[in-house]
Design a protein around this ligand. Structure first.
Ligand SMILES: [Fe+2]
Ligand SMILES: [Fe+2]
Length: 303
């Protein structure tokens, strides 16, 4: 669902940074001028390494998520991804944001960890390795849902499908994240195409918040793994998650409709068709997995 410009550039509640600085007032229009002003408030940015933090431990732990065993293989590549993680520094206030997220919504925090390592791992794949840098993919993935911490938990962790109004509120999280990142990176924000703002955009223009057809390439990568994780994760509003194969089949259908980058989805297909990680890749010898009976894709918000 597209947001119109009004809802995509204004927030209903005042937005505060993690250090309680007021960034945007309710109803204030968020435009380039305001974003530059917010970036100017930040002063000198203190960067901290991920290495030897709880964040590093949680990222490494996420490699043990058995749902992704076919993608997170072989271990040598995982070690390379970990090596990249250990060279990344992030603004300290983003570290605080992620710690806060872990406290209030462990599901969203774990989802962010998974997206970061999947995006890092896929960046190594032979078909796309020349177009992505794994450290940037990891870094931008860590920020992609940062705005969700400002969505009421009653909506974020709702046990039944969200209503249209709740979905509208949920869809403000990319804009909230975009604003927060301008403050946390200050003047350095110019170095990044923040994926937080575009990971729900789709190549046919059916995404949000702007409905643009050309999201930046990191957003496209994050958008694909983000949807995959939303489909195969256990969520309170559905009894059975998608299997990895059924989820990838759905992503392929969506790519055929022009919504996702096909080469990214093809990479996932190659991973998913490894019968056993480490054995030879088998393509074209399998039927389809069906969607769960209470399939809610497209009816409820994905992450
Ligand atoms: Fe997400
Ligand atoms: Fe999101």
């Amino acid at each position: 669902m597209k947001c119109d410009m009004k809802t995509s550039t204004q927030l209903e509640k005042d937005l505060y940074a993690i250090d309680n600085t007021l960034l945007v007032r309710a109803g204030e229009t968020i435009n380039k001028k305001l974003l530059n002003k917010i970036a100017g408030l930040a002063g000198k940015i203190r960067y901290v390494p991920i290495k030897e933090t709880r964040l590093e431990k949680d990222l490494i732990k996420s490699f043990n998520d058995t749902r992704y065993v076919n993608i997170l293989y072989p271990p040598e590549i995982n070690l390379k991804v970990i090596n990249y993680i250990n060279h990344i520094k992030i603004p300290e206030k983003i570290m605080f944001e992620l710690e806060h997220m872990k406290e209030i919504s462990p599901y969203t925090y774990h989802h962010i960890m998974i997206i970061a390592i999947l995006a890092g791992k896929i960046s190594f794949d032979h078909s796309i390795r020349y177009k992505y840098s794994p450290d940037k993919a990891i870094l931008l993935s860590l920020f992609h849902d940062i705005g969700k911490s400002r969505i009421p938990l009653s909506i974020l962790d709702k046990r039944t499908p969200v209503t249209q109004e709740e979905r509208r509120i949920l869809t403000t999280h990319p804009l909230i994240g975009y604003v927060l990142l301008h403050y946390y990176f200050g003047k350095d924000h110019k170095k990044y195409d923040f994926s937080s703002f575009q990971h729900h955009e789709r190549l046919d223009g059916s995404g949000y918040p702007l409905g643009i057809k050309k999201a930046n390439k990191y957003s496209q990568l994050i958008g694909v793994v983000d949807t995959l994780d939303a489909l195969i994760s256990e969520r309170p509003y559905r009894s059975t998650p998608y299997s990895l194969r059924a989820a990838i089949d759905l992503l392929l259908e969506e790519a055929d409709k022009g919504r996702f980058n096909k080469s990214l989805v093809r990479t996932l297909i190659i991973y998913s068709r490894r019968e056993t990680p480490g054995t030879k890749i088998i393509i074209g010898q399998r039927g389809r997995d069906s969607a769960p009976a209470d399939n809610s894709y497209g009816k409820t918000a994905t992450s």
